[in-house]
Design a protein around this ligand. Structure first.
Ligand code: IPE
Ligand code: IPE
Ligand code: MG
Length: 242
């Protein structure tokens, strides 16, 4: 069944879907291939996911592409991931620009290789006025560093007398995060079966619905996204109420 028809059966589309794209390495290992091949296939799954979000009318898609902890991996793998990111942006930005995708990024972006920063900057500026879907790449991202960066900036404003400490509430704190202009995720998808958050959007997922599937990220398809939304629709979000 085409995704658009399936959409009609879906009553509530989550506004913001966040994805922990996990399992590229295992996907490759299962085939006796190098991990880099898994990352390459993973990048193809990203394109499919972006396209499915466009069709389903999702407004925000946040993709966890590289964590601050991922620098601990062998240099060769880190280089592959940074290279793939550049290639993804180089090959796909024009298409995303045409299809109404606005690219954004969260994380300590200034610590990325300069070529990566340039590609990212180019993708962000060329797509800045798009309105269909905002695709947010979390790169050199972790929830704790995001919170630390926010606290440092807040503390500076307090020390400079610009901000009375009593005025700090959840809303004000959120406005200091990288995600200041984004709604919190409604649905968090993690592939490869791992039941953990791995330092992703720690503040923002306080009431996000979680959906974990055993499938490895390179195998993630449109249908998996439709299934996730279907499951999301069966959930009752209570936010601590009755
Ligand atoms: C996810 O796949 C991609 C990144 C973390 C960059 P992994 O590389 O973590 O694959 P597994 O979890 O080792 O299988
Ligand atoms: C989470 O996956 C980070 C990304 C998907 C970019 P990891 O593979 O790094 O997480 P752990 O090590 O299984 O917690
Ligand atoms: Mg992993």
């Amino acid at each position: 069944m085409p995704v658009v028809d399936q959409l009609n059966m879906v009553s509530k589309t989550p506004r913001h879907v966040a994805v922990i794209m996990d399992g590229n390495g295992r996907w490759a290992r299962q085939r006796g291939w190098p991990r880099s091949r898994g990352h390459l296939e993973g990048a193809k799954a990203v394109r499919e996911c972006v396209e499915a979000c466009l069709e389903l009318g999702i407004e925000y898609l946040t993709l966890y592409a590289f964590s601050t902890e991922n620098w601990q991996r062998p240099k060769e793998e880190v280089d592959t991931l940074m290279g793939l990111l550049q290639r993804f942006l180089r090959d796909y930005t024009r298409d995303m620009a045409k299809r109404g995708v606005r690219v954004q990024a969260i994380g300590r972006l200034n610590e990325l290789p300069p070529e990566c920063q340039d590609q990212l900057e180019h993708a962000i500026t060329t797509t800045a006025n798009n309105k269909q879907l905002t695709a947010i790449l979390a790169i050199n991202y972790s929830g704790r560093t995001e919170i630390i960066d926010a606290v440092q900036r807040l503390a500076k404003d307090v020390a400079a007398g610009k901000l009375p400490p009593d005025s700090i509430d959840a809303e004000l704190f959120s406005s200091f995060l990288y995600t200041r202009d984004l709604p919190d995720p409604d649905l968090l998808i993690r592939t490869s079966g791992e039941m953990r958050i791995s330092n992703f959007l720690l503040w923002q997922v306080s009431y996000t619905e979680m959906y974990v599937i055993p499938k490895l990220w390179p195998d993630f398809s449109r249908q998996d996204l439709v299934d996730a939304i279907d499951e999301y629709n069966r959930r009752q979000r209570r936010y601590g109420g009755v």
